[in-house]
Design a protein around this ligand. Structure first.
Ligand code: HPA
Ligand code: ZN
Length: 326
């Protein structure tokens, strides 16, 4: 049985990480103070105690509230840099990270401020830590498509910094078809596309994301098991699923890690990967997610390493770059 040391030393690639979800309570407090923003907690421990979620929405409410402390370009830099240092600690070599511009532009923060700070940290991560990265812009699906189209327009001066677009926030009630036009426009502009689907929502959202939004990866996707034909198609096409084990147990998608289907999906031949989603809120970065899965589901060394091989296969890096990683 693979040891903790084996997991810690295993090279990793993270494909499902919301930068706003890597905001640790300590940094939240420091930024609140620096920016004079009121937060309804008196200590980082009190913040942590409030992280008791019963579904996706109960998390999202607190996650958007936490993001209110992010104001200056330096704040977005500090957030991203702290995440990259955690990647270095967990032997994560390459990351493809999400950011939610609407969470900030809707509060009057300029798009340029947000992406400026994030991009500066990612460049430094490449130069000083040797961690390569890509940036994915996520549209908030609880908002309307016109707002997503406007956000896509704001991104165009930064086209060179953004590899693709995604779709996150409340899945139930906001299916992929709501965003068909903005995704078509993004594809025309040469962006790759991904979408959260089949996290809390039905397997039909995975189908919709593939057929209507042209996605090359599905974020979460664990509810694919409700549709046997869909599972066969995902296997045949090697469609990657960016699964987030600690997120899924914290948001009650699965009651216990022992009930999680990720290892079963791996053994069926799906291109499943392990990711941390919103590590500051769900209690762990990459190593913690790998360790939690391995503890609940005994696996061979080869099976655990397959999660990394799958992530390299699923990544948006060039074939030449991939040889650097494997
Ligand atoms: N699901 C949907 N939206 C999100 C998530 C998630 O896991 N994390 C941050 N925004
Ligand atoms: Zn997510």
């Amino acid at each position: 049985i693979p040891t903790k040391e084996f997991i810690e030393k295993l090279p990793k690639v993270e494909l499902h990480l919301h930068l706003e979800g890597s905001l640790e309570p300590e940094l939240m407090f420091a930024l609140a103070k620096r920016n004079g923003v009121e937060i309804p907690f008196s200590s980082p421990d009190e913040v942590r105690a409030a992280y008791d979620f019963h579904n996706l929405q109960s998390f999202l409410d607190i996650y958007y509230q936490g993001a209110n402390v992010l104001i200056q370009e330096q704040d977005f830099y500090d957030l991203t840099w702290a995440y990259l240092l955690r990647c270095q600690a967990d032997n994560v070599l390459h990351v493809e990270v999400f950011f939610d511009p609407q969470t900030h532009t809707d509060r009057g923060i300029a798009f340029d401020t947000v992406i400026g700070g994030i991009h500066r940290a990612l460049e430094q991560g490449r130069a000083e830590l040797g961690i390569t990265s890509q940036l994915i812009l996520c549209f908030l699906r609880h908002l309307d498509e016109a707002a997503a189209l406007e956000t896509l327009e704001q991104a165009l001066p930064h086209r060179d910094k953004i590899i693709g677009v995604g779709l996150d926030s409340s899945e139930v009630g906001h299916p992929p078809e709501k965003f068909q036009r903005v995704f078509a426009r993004a594809l025309e502009l040469g962006f790759l596309t991904v979408a959260h689907a089949g996290e809390e929502g039905p397997a039909s959202n995975i189908h919709g994301a593939l057929e209507l939004l042209g996605v090359t990866r599905i974020d979460h996707g664990v509810r694919c098991v409700d549709d046997a034909d869909l599972v066969q198609k995902l296997i045949a096409d090697r469609t990657p699923l960016t699964v987030c084990p600690l997120s899924n147990t914290r948001l009650k998608v699965f009651a216990r890690m022992e009930d999680h289907n990720i290892v079963e999906l791996l053994r069926q031949g799906l291109c499943v990967t392990i990711n941390s989603d919103d590590p500051a809120y769900f209690g762990g970065y990459m190593n913690a997610n790998f360790l939690a899965v391995a503890k609940a589901h005994p696996m061979s060394h080869v099976e655990i390493a397959q999660f990394t091989l799958n992530a390299v296969e699923a990544s948006f890096i060039s074939p030449a770059e991939k040889t650097r990683l494997v």
